[in-house]
Design a protein around this ligand. Structure first.
Ligand SMILES: [Zn+2]
Length: 308
């Protein structure tokens, strides 16, 4: 068990020093800031910024600790979804009260254009949360087979209610163990920034292995280029990776996951009124023109496949 409120550091940041940037391997990086957190996973840990690819990362935070943090602490300390949302039965029958459902539908609008198969597809949502995207996948695709990676025990109740096959535990090992299932669609929405920078390359390699040859990967992350936007620095966990457009592209290029269209700057779903009122209009107006609404640019959206 992780003690969610402890001052005991697991690894002191002073005893841990990265030698190169985890994305571009440059040694041209510096300390950006330090986390302010009582949680043992983040306590006394520093964030570094690479000045070659504008990637920033929390140093010395291992994947194993993060897996347990999401299982035991995330709902209590960060998001409190178990208090904020209705029971699974009500949650899926009241779409207006779902968590970021507009974002889920935006993503599915896009991937549907690129997925060659429209029925019986294997969909894997990594960091599936309450299952909103998987729920809508059943409306955008005919009889999809749903898989979810999730460690939050509250989220797992919702995913099981949907009938998704739930994968949890060690991020790399548990996903690797599903290797016999290849996926037509892998969704990684606001998950990558929660992966340990020390495991991210292995994670992307696993994504590639899990993807069908003509499968589609969709990734959305916060646009946290801290060189360009220093005001986006935050001392509060739990994000451990902070992407610029360049660093996101370099990471996936290294694993031969090819972009199907340039990385897009998206609205941040937390702008509630914009999301609810303006975004649906933009989707309707622009989607048939193959142009996506670009506004505040707080998120980066990437759609990739194995083949060009
Ligand atoms: Zn770098």
């Amino acid at each position: 068990m992780i003690n969610c409120k402890t001052n005991l550091p697991i690894i002191s940041a002073e005893g841990f020093k990265d030698k190169v940037c985890p994305i571009c391997s440059s040694a041209n990086f510096q300390v950006s800031h330090k986390y302010i957190s009582e949680n043992a996973v983040f306590f006394d840990k520093y964030v570094y910024t690479c000045y070659d690819c504008s990637f920033s990362w929390g140093s010395g935070i291992e994947q194993e600790k993060l897996d347990r943090f999401y299982e035991e602490c995330f709902d209590k300390e960060v998001y409190k979804r178990s208090e904020l949302y209705l029971s699974p039965e009500k949650y899926f029958s009241e779409p207006d009260k779902q968590n970021k459902s507009m974002r889920s539908r935006q993503h599915l609008e896009w991937v549907k254009k690129y997925c060659p198969k429209k029925s019986h597809i294997n969909v894997l949502d990594i960091g599936a949360g309450l299952g909103t995207t998987l729920y809508y996948a059943t409306q955008y695709f005919d009889k999809p087979i749903l898989y979810a990676y999730e460690n939050d025990t509250n989220g797992i109740k919702y995913l099981e209610y949907l009938g998704a096959k739930v994968i949890s535990g060690d991020l790399i090992k548990s996903l690797k163990s599903t290797k016999k299932n290849k996926f037509d669609l892998i969704v990684c929405s606001h998950f990558l920034e929660h992966v340990s920078p020390h495991s991210v390359k292995e994670f992307v390699a696993v994504l590639r292995e899990l993807l069908h040859d003509d499968g589609i990967l969709i990734v959305e992350v916060p646009h946290d280029d801290l060189v360009k936007f220093p005001e986006r620095k935050t001392e509060a966990p739990p994000h451990v990776m902070f992407f610029s457009i360049n660093s996101l592209q370099v990471l996936f290029d290294n694993y031969k996951l090819h972009l199907l269209l340039p990385i897009r700057k998206e609205l941040n779903a937390r702008y509630g009124f914009l999301k609810k009122i303006i975004s649906p209009l933009f989707i309707k107006i622009f989607s048939f023109r193959n142009v996506h609404p670009v506004r505040r640019g707080r998120c980066l959206l990437m759609i990739a496949g194995k083949k060009l």
